[in-house]
Write a new protein. Structure first.
Length: 333
């Protein structure tokens, strides 16, 4: 008997506005593709639209119409030919050990050559960069040849250079022995317009400082005694690295409003705020990738009827509904 394979799908999908806006056919297509036997551990699938429609037993016209809904919501990406990819599949299917990361390479090699395949690898690397050193070493070893081989059109950018350009960090000069297509208009890490006279490094440093200030404002300074989290005194290099990793991991956190929403979710969890026992969360713990996912999924919210929700912090900070766009973690890279 072959080994059974499992994928994780958050139950919060049924609370997400984007998913609920899909037609029933489109919802079925999402679940069909997420549970497809050939879906790789990276959340990618080699197939074509007519073939998927045939497998599902759906008329091609109906499947195409439903699939267009899924594409328009950004739940899955398609290169227009043979490659489909769920951009944030790995967020709900994190590797349980470095050996899992090593096995990613087998599935990756079986995918057709495409700019989307390069984008997939960049996304996987960004996620692994937020994990421990053992996972990072496993990724580097597994994809050592892929990271330096030229792409089909021999552009002189390797995966490291492209990732840095996409996320707005200082790009390296092209090298002659590497290659992965660099997008014509790379997406910056920080969305606000550049301030005249400031370098990108200065803008990023200010943004990191703003994140730390947002944490203190919502979870420390505006809270009454007995309900404060430990104050963030120093933004060390390690903490800056954590913030950058989470920004690569979640597109919403590339804007300061995303951090306000996240820290507000923490504020609404009595357990995290130290109201249940003597333990409370702290900055480094909140930036752990697994803890962040659990908070975004509402794992620490009190059960309805058991305890009243914590009050909104003073100072007018907005409180975003917890379940809005949770499934967007699947759809926004």
């Amino acid at each position: 008997m072959s080994k059974r394979r499992y994928r994780k799908i958050s139950v919060c999908i049924w609370n997400d506005a984007k998913f609920m806006a899909l037609s029933n056919d489109a919802k079925l297509i999402v679940f069909f593709m997420l549970t497809h036997p050939d879906l790789t551990q990276l959340g990618a699938l080699r197939a074509n639209v007519p073939g998927l429609a045939c497998e599902l037993g759906m008329e091609l016209e109906a499947f195409t119409k439903g699939f267009e809904e899924v594409l328009n919501q950004g739940i899955v990406k398609h290169d227009g030919k043979l490659l489909f990819w769920f951009p944030n599949f790995l967020r709900y299917n994190l590797p349980e050990s470095p050996n899992v990361v090593t096995n990613w390479q087998k599935g990756y090699d079986g995918l057709p050559e495409s700019p989307l395949k390069d984008e997939l690898l960049i996304g996987a690397k960004a996620l692994v960069d937020g994990l421990s050193k053992a996972f990072q070493e496993a990724f580097t070893k597994a994809f050592a040849e892929t990271l330096v081989q030229p792409s089909p059109n021999h552009r002189a950018y390797n995966i490291e250079h492209r990732e840095e350009d996409i996320y707005g960090e200082t790009p390296s000069e092209p090298s002659s022995d590497s290659g992965v297509d660099l997008p014509a208009e790379p997406e910056p890490l920080l969305e606000p317009e550049a301030v005249k006279g400031k370098t990108k490094a200065q803008e990023e440093e200010e943004f990191l400082t703003d994140v730390a200030a947002m944490y203190n404002a919502i979870l420390v300074d505006e809270q009454p005694e007995g309900r404060k989290l430990p104050k963030l005194i120093k933004l060390s290099d390690k903490r800056k690295k954590l913030i950058r990793a989470r920004m690569k991991f979640d597109a919403e956190l590339r804007d300061i409003g995303g951090w306000e929403t996240y820290f507000t979710r923490v504020h609404n969890c009595p357990y995290l705020m130290g109201e249940v026992n003597s333990w409370s969360a702290y900055f480094d713990w909140l930036l752990d990738v697994n803890n962040m996912l659990r908070i975004q999924e509402g794992a620490f919210l009190p059960k309805q009827g058991k305890k009243k929700a914590a009050p909104k912090p003073a100072g007018g900070s907005s409180v975003a509904a917890h379940n809005d766009d949770v499934f967007a973690d699947f759809v926004e890279g």
